[in-house]
Design a protein around this ligand. Structure first.
Ligand code: NAG
Ligand code: NAG
Ligand code: NAG
Ligand code: NAG
Ligand code: NAG
Ligand code: NAG
Ligand code: NAG
Length: 650
């Protein structure tokens, strides 16, 4: 019966196919040099200090009379030959600092046919047009300008935004003075630009109720079908730093509207499919009998759940993946986790990692959906990229980017059995790993549209690329939380790995932002100390688990003794101390005393000192059953709490 329903829903989905399908989505919570591959920068532009510098950021002669353009590398379909229009929303944070007594000239968000900055577009032209293109349909550029200098009589003032269509003479401009926003005051200014196909609306600052500008505008009248989106800017003898610190773009593209005969064909085809579908469904239904398991019923429409996401990863055929891994040849096995086995595969000429969820695991399926729907939609350089998935013949497969260096645990824990000295990571590399994970987590907690809790941060879930940059993976336990609904920033489903679980989560059974921070704290302690969170206690002469042991060293003023002996003391004492104290702060028994990931990042970049940590580890207090320390340790590391036993092997 389920198959019949599925067949009908597929047909309905085809018939009622939404007119907006493909989309262009991207998020840059900040900018690093490696991202230049996703951007097209003009010669005068660069990425520096975590931001796009549209015009040069070095003070001096090179700053004067410059123009620059930075666009997203791939174009966006703005309309189609049926004149159906796309819509988009974009949010970015500007920071403009005057470098001369009066600032100059301005920065603009642009939609343009040409990523190249026009010659001679410096000075008053803001990199939007040059004297030849000004006012000409050839310019094919629409801009929202942030003008910081009154450079010609028609210019409103030296602090306004304007809507520019193929010209720097704005069709409409609004001063920001009344709103108390000063563009070139070196402050972060959040800007939201929305286009619904009819009106272009701009919000500046935190006020999302009263747009600064909202103008009816048919972009298709001025711009080609495919446009590049980005920023342009310029300086004159008056100079400024034209920075963009973060940028998010969500665009819904348009699918060609169907011709009548397409509809008729579709309808005829659907009836055929329906008949075949009923046949197959009936056949399978009889064959499968009652072997259904309850869980699959809870997720009758796995495909629907996945495809409902705007930027869903690619769907693969089982045969394709089986072939790529040599029929899941044990020789290609990369590792085994609680929920499945990971194989190395080759797709085309690209190496991938294929995870085959074990058929026995009931949690595997839930994990599968969580994984595809959460990370499938996220893009961040410190997250393992999910390339695709496959659900066929009761098989659940996930395809990831292949990271040749494997997982972090291999590099930081001594292998007790082999006794050989495995390659270890230098302190410098470890710091890069820590800040990579911190950025990934900050992005999950604060940087994306919906807040995501990872719920299973640990060394074996951190993968390393060739340059030992950390990438957070394994989103099997991750859950999305709707950000607007601030009261529900937790999810009530006990999961995780003992040793990384915050004390309160065992009692309340809730995962929160703070429990993720706790696990992160344990992780950075592991990385700095080179030891696992629980076990091996007697051997190392520590009192109990890593947090307690280190806190004891901290109390007695000997925290540096916790550093991994394999580093041979080769590290900056201040940095090591900072990381260890930060780790303890994250592992504070009281969730409210743990720092946020924002603060963690500030500490790691040296913008903020490490948080204050009490010398004596505070007692964990949580009614109704206050446990003694000793009992806590057992419950954290031991197998007493049986629900964890399945997870602990991962
Ligand atoms: C910058 O351009 C202005 C206007 O074209 C010109 O007067 C000035 O001399 C130029 N400055 C430099 C340093 O080239
Ligand atoms: C920088 O911008 C100026 C003004 O548009 C342009 O003349 C110059 O060629 C650019 N410099 C480089 C290196 O592209
Ligand atoms: C842009 O935001 C508006 C208001 O939040 C929303 O209604 C619209 O669907 C969004 N458009 C896109 C393409 O995401
Ligand atoms: C930037 O502008 C402010 C206010 O007009 C001024 O006090 C400051 O000196 C300027 N900065 C530079 C580097 O000239
Ligand atoms: C960047 O823009 C320039 C100028 O239009 C173009 O020639 C070049 O191909 C673009 N580069 C990429 C990687 O798209
Ligand atoms: C630039 O174009 C506008 C029309 O958009 C026109 O009014 C203005 O005079 C032009 N400015 C110059 C300097 O050519
Ligand atoms: C959008 O434009 C239409 C006319 O094209 C106008 O009636 C409507 O009020 C505008 N909406 C906003 C939010 O500005």
């Amino acid at each position: 019966m389920r198959f019949l329903l599925a067949a009908i829903s597929v047909i309905l989905a085809v018939l009622l196919a939404p007119t907006q399908v493909q989309s262009l989505d991207f998020q840059f919570p900040n900018f690093v040099n490696s991202e230049t591959s996703q951007l097209n920068l003009s010669d005068n532009s660069s990425i520096a200090l975590g931001a796009i510098q549209v015009t040069p950021d070095v003070n001096g002669a090179s700053m004067v009379n410059r123009s620059g353009r930075v666009t997203y590398r791939w174009p966006f379909r703005l309309w189609n030959n049926k004149k159906k229009k796309a819509s988009f929303n974009t949010t970015f944070v500007l920071n403009i600092k005057n470098m001369t007594a009066s600032s100059g000239e301005g920065l603009a968000f642009i939609l343009t046919a040409d990523p190249a900055v026009p010659d001679g577009s410096e000075g008053q032209w803001l990199g939007i047009v040059n004297p030849r293109l000004n006012g000409s349909i050839e310019a094919k550029t629409v801009a929202v300008e942030f003008d910081t200098r009154k450079s010609f009589p028609e210019d409103l003032d030296d602090n306004h935004i304007g809507l520019d269509v193929n010209s720097v003479y704005s069709t409409r401009s609004v001063s920001l003075n009344d709103r108390g926003i000063y563009i070139s005051a070196a402050k972060d200014i959040k800007v939201v630009v929305q286009y619904d196909g009819k009106n272009l609306t701009v919000f500046v600052g935190e006020d999302m109720k009263n747009p600064v500008l909202s103008e009816p505008l048919d972009l298709s009248a001025y711009l080609p079908e495919m446009v590049y989106v980005g920023f342009s800017g310029s300086t004159s003898d008056n100079t400024q730093l034209n920075c963009v610190k973060s940028w998010e773009f969500i665009g819904a593209e348009i699918k060609d509207s169907k011709l009548l005969w397409v509809w008729i064909l579709t309808a005829v085809g659907s009836v055929l499919i329906l008949l075949i579908g009923i046949g197959i469904a009936f056949f399978l239904y009889r064959k499968r009998g009652y072997e259904e398991d309850g869980l699959e019923d809870a997720y009758p429409n796995i495909e629907e759940a996945i495809l409902g996401c705007s930027t869903a990863p690619k769907k693969f055929k089982f045969n394709e993946l089986s072939k790529s891994t040599g029929k899941f040849n044990p020789k290609n096995k990369l590792g085994k986790g609680g929920f499945g086995t990971v194989y190395k595969g080759i797709l085309g000429n690209k190496e991938v990692a294929v995870k085959r969820v074990s058929k026995k695991s009931t949690q595997g399926k839930q994990e599968f959906i969580a994984e595809v729907t959460t990370i499938g939609n996220l893009h961040h350089r410190n997250l393992v990229k999910l390339i695709g998935w496959c659900h066929e013949r009761r098989e659940y497969l996930l395809v990831y980017e292949y990271l040749p260096n494997g997982s972090l645990d291999k590099y930081i824990f001594r292998d007790q059995n082999s006794g050989t000295q495995e390659a270890t990571l230098s302190w410098g590399k470890r710091l890069i790993v820590i800040s990579g994970v911190a950025q990934a987590l900050d992005y999950l907690h604060n940087g994306c549209m919906k807040r995501v809790l990872h719920r299973d941060i640990k060394a074996s879930n951190i993968m390393l690329d060739l340059d030992f940059n950390a990438k957070l993976g394994d989103f099997g336990l991750a859950r999305t939380i709707i950000q607007n609904d601030q009261t529900h920033h937790s999810t009530k489903e006990l999961a995780g790995t003992p040793g990384y679980m915050a004390p309160e989560s065992i009692l309340t059974g809730r995962a929160t932002v703070e429990t993720d921070v706790y696990a992160f704290g344990v992780l950075i302690l592991e990385v700095a100390c080179g030891r696992k969170p629980g076990g091996q206690t007697e051997r190392d002469g520590y009192i109990c688990n890593i947090v307690h042991g280190l806190w004891e060293l901290y109390r007695t003023g000997k925290i540096l003794e916790g550093a991994d002996p394999r580093l041979d003391g080769i590290f900056k004492t201040k940095e090591m101390e900072c990381v260890l104290i930060l780790g303890l702060a994250c592992c504070h028994p009281n969730p409210n005393s743990r720092p946020s990931m924002k603060t963690v990042l500030q500490v790691l970049t040296g913008e903020a000192p490490p948080p204050e940590v009490p010398a004596e580890r505070p007692v964990f207090m949580w009614p109704p059953t206050p446990l003694s320390f000793k009992e806590w340790d057992n419950s954290l590391v031991g197998g007493q709490l049986s629900p964890f036993s399945e997870l602990s092997g991962r």
